[in-house]
Design a protein around this ligand. Structure first.
Ligand code: FES
Ligand code: FES
Length: 176
């Protein structure tokens, strides 16, 4: 499997949950332990494009999988969900944060039709009750990602400008 783009071969019992391989063997402690029963979502990572509770997935089922953790979501915290989280000042204790961000990123990247759809489908738990701000962050990130998709499709449709050395030279002549 790969974790955040790097090939990893864990020498652990094949029934070890992914959560503990990430935290204890890879030192990727952004992925949190909450309930161990697929209820809280604190341990959510992205596996092959889908949000997955890493406490419930044994290593044996992950051969060839692409795993992304909160540490690998963006190199500099620039993912639209991370930016929206900051803009809406969601963080309270922050424990639920990585799991929420990964679950929301997976849903929006998979094309959830609106922020409301993504918010409605989330099952993660925030013990601090930051839900109204989480909902605002989802709406903001969804709008940002939709605008970026629209821009990308417009760019694709635009005819490529031809570079002409003659016209480049022409434009550099001093005006009379
Ligand atoms: S620790 Fe995995 S869902 Fe709660
Ligand atoms: S911010 Fe504390 S659990 Fe969500």
């Amino acid at each position: 499997m790969t974790v955040n783009g790097e090939a990893v071969d864990y020498r652990l019992d094949s029934q070890t949950p992914l959560l503990w391989a990430l935290r204890d063997a890879s030192n990727l402690t952004g992925t949190k332990y909450g309930c161990d029963s697929r209820d809280c979502g604190a341990c959510t990572v992205i596996v092959d494009g889908r949000a997955v509770t890493s406490c419930s997935v044994p290593l044996a089922s992950l051969e060839g999988a692409r795993v992304t953790t909160i540490e690998g979501l963006s190199p500099d915290g620039s993912h639209p969900v991370q930016q929206a989280w900051l803009a809406e000042q969601v963080t309270m204790c922050g424990y639920c944060e990585p799991g929420f961000i990964m679950a929301i990123a997976a849903m929006l990247e998979a094309g959830a039709s609106s922020g409301d759809d993504a918010a409605g489908a989330l099952t993660n738990i925030c013990r601090c009750g930051a839900y109204p701000r989480i909902r605002s962050a989802i709406t903001r990130a969804s709008a940002t990602m939709a605008a970026a998709r629209q821009q990308a499709s417009q760019d694709e449709r635009m005819p490529k400008q031809q570079f002409s050395p003659a016209s480049a030279v022409e434009s550099q002549k001093p005006s009379q």
